[in-house]
Design a protein around this ligand. Structure first.
Ligand code: FAD
Length: 432
């Protein structure tokens, strides 16, 4: 039986996690990434304990992750009046066997790239190669259509094509030519990082405000031992008129802080000065809250979608990157069971497309931030004691429901067997 070869479109977090997984289980692959040079782009993201477990299983442990972020300790929602709505421990403090990491997206991405090149060689990732579509072949294999940065074309044939080419996926557009345009729900986020002194637990994710206007911030580096200052990631968000069509295309656009800081001009507390946090930022990006309507399937014969190409979602649940890592591992597990074959992609699609598509829709309903909606509806965001507005049991149940749906409920995760057992290798290719 001939050796399989997997083509991976896109070398973002999902594509590189897939490549590392295939390298681990012994499936030959090549990553085709559109940009000519990878750079540490983006600001903060969270990697949930389920995905951290997978990183550890890939041999990327706390020593590595501490160079690009830090373990999160708390998740808290605070009302506009500065009073706590909800707070809970996170990661190890919450009883998970694995921490949750708050990391700099670009530095984490470069860490994955460095580890992959060390293990698989620099030829494993072809930069400046944009996948523009694919053609299925009579023998069950697939040809990826590729445009090089110099304008020349390439046709690359493989056993399987895994699409990890993000929210604007060309592979998804080929698979679902009638798909809806990008969906924008009316919120705009501005993101940036500022050096500051971590508050509360020292590694707290804080969502402050209402469901229509809020600021989220959390540290994404350990504090400097000399100054005590850490890199603080912040997201300032407002809901605007939904009919402004320009936001259905934009993604990460650099902007000036003055362009949006006026929305938060009087957000000063004795424990936080939001205007100051924004003003001292190194960078600021405008990032409309966009996702895609779910599609009925992520699979077309030897082609499968994963990561944002499959299920771009609002970042309200902090699980876009985690889900991309989980997809990579689930694809690897399916290949161990069914071979590097169409059957593996079918099994992956059947198990995950339905529930993860539901998660995409659930995140539109504000995800765990939905608690702020309830507070707003019941008291307009003004309260002295949150127990009088939303009883503790209701608050706990609300957040627990979200966590179970996203696959990071504590017991469920702690008791789950490894997605890929250490030492597992693919022995043979099984055709569907
Ligand atoms: C530059 C950048 C910055 C980001 N910053 C943040 C952030 O600060 N906070 C946050 O929450 N999320 C951010 N995201 C999104 C976040 O990384 C993803 O939601 C999540 O990690 C899922 O990863 P993914 O690999 O599926 O998609 P992505 O991370 O979007 O990766 C897709 C990759 O595919 C490449 N690509 C795109 N089209 C093609 C093509 N046709 N052929 C080949 N390659 C292609 C892209 O260059 C990219 O490297 C960012 C994404 C990018 C690309």
């Amino acid at each position: 039986m001939s050796e399989p070869h997997v083509i991976i479109a896109g070398g973002g977090i999902g594509g590189l996690a897939t490549a590392l997984t295939l390298q681990q289980i012994g499936v030959p692959f090549t990553v085709f990434e559109a940009v000519r040079e990878l750079a540490p782009l983006g600001v903060g993201i969270n990697i949930q304990p389920n995905a951290v477990r997978e990183l550890y299983d890939l041999g990327i442990g706390p020593d590595d992750l501490d160079t690009v972020g830090l373990p999160a300790r708390e998740w808290a929602l605070v009302g506009l009046n500065g009073n706590d709505v909800y707070a809970e421990p996170r990661g190890l403090e919450a009883g998970y066997k694995w921490p949750q990491y708050a990391v700099h997206r670009g530095r984490f991405h470069m860490l994955l790239y460095r580890v992959l090149v060390e293990r698989a060689g620099s030829g494993a990732v072809k930069l400046g190669h944009k996948v523009t579509g694919y053609e299925r072949r009579m023998d069950g294999s697939v040809t990826a259509l590729i445009q090089r940065a110099d304008g020349t074309q390439l046709r690359e044939t493989g056993t399987l094509l895994i699409a990890a080419d993000g929210i604007h996926s060309a592979v998804r557009a080929t698979m679902h030519p009638g798909q809806q345009p990008i969906h924008w729900g009316g919120a705009i986020m501005w993101r940036g990082t500022t050096l500051g002194r971590p508050i509360r637990s020292g590694a707290s994710f804080v969502g402050l405000g209402t469901h229509r206007q809020r600021v989220v911030f959390y540290p994404i580096s350990h504090p400097d031992p000399l100054t005590g200052l850490a890199m603080i990631n912040w997201i300032a968000e407002v809901t605007v008129d939904k009919d402004d069509g320009r936001y259905s295309t934009g993604w990460f656009r650099p902007v000036k802080v003055e362009d949006f800081a006026h929305h938060f001009a009087d957000w000063t507390y004795d424990w936080l000065d939001v205007p100051d946090l924004l003003r001292r930022s190194d960078v600021a990006y405008e990032n409309p809250m966009i996702d895609r309507d779910p599609v009925p399937t992520w699979q077309d014969g030897p082609v499968a979608l994963m990561g944002d190409a499959a299920h771009a979602m609002y970042p309200t649940g902090s699980n876009g990157a985690s889900q991309a890592i989980m997809d990579a591992r689930q694809l690897g597990a399916a290949m161990l069971e069914h071979g590097a074959s169409e059957a593996a992609l079918r099994a992956f699609d059947r198990t995950f497309c339905g529930p993860i598509s539901e998660l995409v829709l659930r995140n539109r309903g504000a995800g765990p931030f939905g608690l702020l909606n309830i507070v707003d509806e019941r008291c307009g965001g003004e309260f002295d004691n949150i127990d009088d507005v939303v009883p503790v049991q209701e608050r706990n149940e609300f957040v627990a429901k979200y966590k179970a749906a996203a696959g990071f409920a504590v017991e469920q995760l702690n008791n789950a067997s490894p997605t890929i057992k250490q030492g597992s290798r693919l022995r043979q290719t099984v055709r569907a």
